[in-house]
Design a protein around this ligand. Structure first.
Ligand code: AMP
Length: 388
């Protein structure tokens, strides 16, 4: 714990935040940094990197490249991640040379479903029933024990419903396992949830925490579609979600911004689904609707500054703008209705091609009728693009 760590002076050329990963989260982090006069170095991993055009320095090399590691650690004052699927060796190597927040340990717990679920179980944090699967026999035993519907998920590198198969419970385990492209997985019980919620929590160097109001998340084709804030849940549920998110951050000895996703069941109980050790898609509303955005909050925590207020200034709905809103790969939707709304804010990630349902941007709609306005606009755009 580094409560006595010196603050790195802001506006000092010495302050360069190294960001491992160069996706849209890195881009929004770099934009927040620019506003604060903090410089960023983006290490892309050699992947397509929307963050590059707003970064101060770029390392466009793979995450296992020794030259990239050397340059990152020689330049960055502190480092963070905007993407959790970074090899453990890279995280450890960075942390050995440059302060890395959150810690490699916290990141590696969150990047792997088996470690994540074991961590939750060890800390008595409610989560879905699960079993670890390494072969067809494990799956057969787990399906027998579960005796009902479930989801088989790859242990590593899964996101947005990728690497997941829903099971009714009557399938042949050997056939399911043979068709499943992974050598390690977990089988989770299917949760007939009422809603999905998430809470963003920021934990500072001294261990103090601030939490944002819970978001209510709706998905389309397994990808986040809208986040509604505040979530339409009872104060008791909101309080419990917030308290649980804080417990998770505390147990991870976390520093930075953390997203905790939940299933809310009909009886009002909450189960943690997963954690994201970085800014999260369901926190994008904070850019326009909160006193401090999740990106600024991440920078503050990483640099060693006090947290900003997470206060919600207006009800808000965040609508993800996916590739299927685009009438053509390089033809964007008609944004005029959004600008005409007056209380809707467009955030585009600078991706050139709208392929499939990739995340191209998002829009934040403010006000009490934000959901209705967001839904109307979404339907218009999808209709014009010939999608659904
Ligand atoms: P994940 O990548 O684990 O967050 O899963 C993506 C989405 O699939 C979740 O946001 C849920 O909508 C759905 N899902 C995942 N796991 C379960 C489960 N055990 N029961 C019901 N729905 C699930």
């Amino acid at each position: 714990m580094s409560s006595s760590a010196p603050l790195i002076p802001l506006h000092s050329p010495a302050c360069i935040v190294g960001v491992i990963g160069g996706g849209q989260l890195g881009r929004m982090l770099a934009l927040a940094a620019r506003r604060m006069g903090v410089r960023t170095l983006i290490w892309t991993g050699g992947l397509e990197a929307p963050a590059v055009e707003v970064a101060d320095e770029v390392i466009d090399l793979a995450f296992d490249d020794p030259e990239a590691l050397r340059r990152c650690c020689a330049t960055a004052t502190v480092a963070t991640v905007e993407f959790e699927n970074i090899p453990r060796e890279t995280l450890d190597a960075v942390a050995a040379l440059t302060p890395l927040h959150p810690s490699p340990q916290a990141i590696t717990i969150c990047q792997h479903r088996e470690r994540e679920k074991n961590f939750l179980r060890e800390h008595n944090i409610p989560c879905t029933w699960f079993a670890v699967i390494a072969n067809a026999d494990d799956l057969a035993n787990a399906m027998r024990e579960l005796n009902g519907p479930g989801v088989l998920k790859t242990a590593a590198f899964g996101y947005d419903g990728k690497g997941q198969v829903k099971l009714e419970g009557t399938e042949n385990p050997a056939e399911v396992w043979a068709a499943f492209d992974s050598d390690r997985a977990i089988l989770e019980a299917w949760v007939p949830f009422e809603k999905e919620l998430s809470v963003m929590v920021a934990r500072s160097a001294d261990g103090s925490m601030v939490t944002y109001d819970p978001a209510e998340n709706r998905h389309r084709h397994h990808i986040l579609d809208v986040s509604i804030v505040p979530a339409r849940v009872s104060p008791a549920v909101a309080l419990e979600a917030t308290a649980t998110a804080r417990r998770v951050a505390e147990a991870l000895d976390y520093r930075g911004i953390l997203g905790v996703e939940f299933f809310l069941r009909e009886d009002g109980s909450l189960l943690v689904n997963e954690m994201a050790p970085r800014p999260h898609n369901s926190g994008h509303h904070t850019l326009d609707a909160c006193a401090t955005s999740q990106f600024e909050q991440q920078l503050r925590a990483v640099i060693g500054l006090p947290a900003g207020s997470p206060r919600l200034l207006s009800p808000v709905v965040m609508l993800n703008l996916l590739g299927d809103f685009w009438p053509g790969e390089t033809t964007p939707p008609d944004w005029l209705p959004l600008f005409a709304d007056g209380e809707a804010y467009l955030h585009l990630y600078g991706k050139r091609r709208a392929i499939g349902r990739r995340k191209m941007g998002h829009a934040n709609f403010l006000g009490l009728d934000a959901l209705e306005r967001a839904e109307t606009m979404k339907e218009q755009w999808l209709k014009a693009a010939g999608g659904a």
